[in-house]
Design a protein. Sequence first.
Length: 114
Amino acid sequence: MLLLFAITAGVIFACGVYLMLRRSVVRLIIGLSLLTYAVNLLIFSLGDLRRRAAPIIDAVPEDQMADPLPQALILTAIVISFGMLAFSLALAYRASQAAMTDNINALQHTDGEF
């Protein structure tokens, strides 16, 4: 099961990098979101993949409790990636509105105009 998670995270990561190397701002943002999904999957696979009990003290023995740290890290990463995605969408919208294109190379040539 761990091998399946590693292969899936690797494929999603590779797709994200491929999309980030394209010339469209929309593909750049989609690639960035794919990278965050791959990192979330990687953090999830670092925890124990077996079914465990809730980490409540004195409810179950300590060796049967799930590790709450990967879950907390994933939740934090989701919130941060959502904020980053919202900012990059707003930035891309404003840049495409000002330059009338979403091509990254065309946006580089408009540095001194705005």
